[in-house]
Design a protein around this ligand. Structure first.
Ligand SMILES: CC(C)(COP(=O)(O)OP(=O)(O)OC[C@H]1O[C@@H](n2cnc3c(N)ncnc32)[C@H](O)[C@@H]1OP(=O)(O)O)[C@@H](O)C(=O)NCCC(=O)NCCS
Length: 312
């Protein structure tokens, strides 16, 4: 019989084990179900960035599952409490401990932590991974918007497609703009996470860029963050008031990451924006869905979710 599961937090000494667990679980799951294990590479080293960033952002909040007898790490679930909600980052179970209820135990703990301050829990889950999709929906999460994960390689010389309207209104965010960006997101999406934007702007752990777009009257109509770290380059998180602003932000983000292959998630419902991304050469590589224990009925605007720090 397997030993009981113990829930603990992480210490810096665990980072190597966490990176190995994340890499092994993703490779094993995607290889055994979809023959796509190779997309996670053959080294766990890039996955060190996840515990490093998450523990710098929210020290002690990660839920780690261990074998009560051996203390071996069986699973991790990264949890981030914000003003309006709790966001969950990557959830993973060691392949040899799969199907034992490890993920369920970690999720129940995350849900309990969110229940105390009365906040909904939000995450982004793969639509190709029915194990994780089911894990969340069985626990009461409700799927919302669907996103296309798109991959685009930006030529060394920059975007060949001409700059769309509105790119001249896009600029790098200033160091003191975290609250303004958080207010803008809250006005459209009903969620607030100033801590994430302040973290990007401090730029001390990981490597981040944050763009904003302003209307002629100086008010914000969009922002777009991105991780430019060699271990994890991805565009998002972001929100734009409309598709035109979203395209301008995305074009500027891509043009600033020359010679790189970037993944970004676009809402399937933003049909014009998706067509624009196809015209730029983007290819679909996966599908994700936003899940929440209390979906915001009034959310407006175009959302770019990301996997670190995860939220949609
Ligand atoms: C997804 C993952 C975290 C699940 O971990 P796990 O520890 O094996 O999951 P659990 O044993 O806790 O089981 C999860 C629940 O989903 C249920 N489930 C799984 N597939 C299901 C399906 N097709 N239909 C209905 N329920 C399903 C299980 O029955 C279980 O529910 P129960 O506890 O009520 O019986 C694990 O497979 C993994 O690490 N995958 C690779 C990493 C990954 O993709 N993470 C998710 C994205 S970030």
């Amino acid at each position: 019989m397997s030993a009981p599961i113990l829930l603990t937090s992480l210490t810096p000494g665990d980072h190597e084990d966490v990176a190995r667990l994340l890499h092994r679980s993703l490779v094993q799951w995607y290889e055994s179900r979809l023959r796509q294990g190779a997309k996670f590479g053959d080294s766990h080293a890039p996955f060190l960035l996840f515990p490093e960033v998450y523990e710098a952002l929210d020290p002690g909040e990660c839920i780690a599952a261990r074998d009560a007898r051996t203390q071996a790490l069986l699973g991790v679930c990264f949890s981030h409490e914000r003003e309006t909600h709790v966001a969950l980052g990557i959830v993973a179970t060691a392949p040899e401990a799969g199907g034992r209820g490890v993920a369920r135990r970690m999720m129940e703990e995350a849900l309990e932590r969110a229940r105390r301050p009365g906040k909904p829990v939000r995450l982004v889950s793969s639509l190709l991974n029915l194990d994780s999709f089911s894990l969340y929906t069985r626990l009461g999460f409700v799927p919302g918007a669907i996103f296309q994960d798109m991959l685009l390689t930006v030529p060394e010389g920059g975007m060949t497609a001409p700059a769309p309207a509105g790119t001249q209104r896009v600029r790098a965010a200033k160091p003191d703009e975290a609250a303004r960006i958080a207010d803008f997101e809250q006005s459209l999406q009903g969620i607030r996470r100033e801590k994430d934007f302040a973290f990007f702007l401090r730029n001390e752990v990981g490597s981040w860029r944050l763009l904003v777009s302003e209307r002629e009257d100086g008010s914000l109509n969009g922002f777009l963050g991105m991780s430019t770290h060699p271990s994890f380059s991805m565009i998002g998180p972001g929100v734009a008031a409309d598709e035109e602003t979203a395209a301008a932000l995305l074009w500027q983000a891509l043009d600033g990451l020359r010679g790189q292959s970037l993944v970004f998630l676009l809402p399937c419902a933003a049909a014009g924006l998706v067509r624009t991304a196809y015209a730029w050469g983007a290819r679909n590589v996966e599908l994700h869905v936003a899940q929440s224990t209390a979906p915001a009925a009034t959310a407006r605007g175009i959302v770019f979710p990301t996997f670190m720090p995860e939220s949609a």
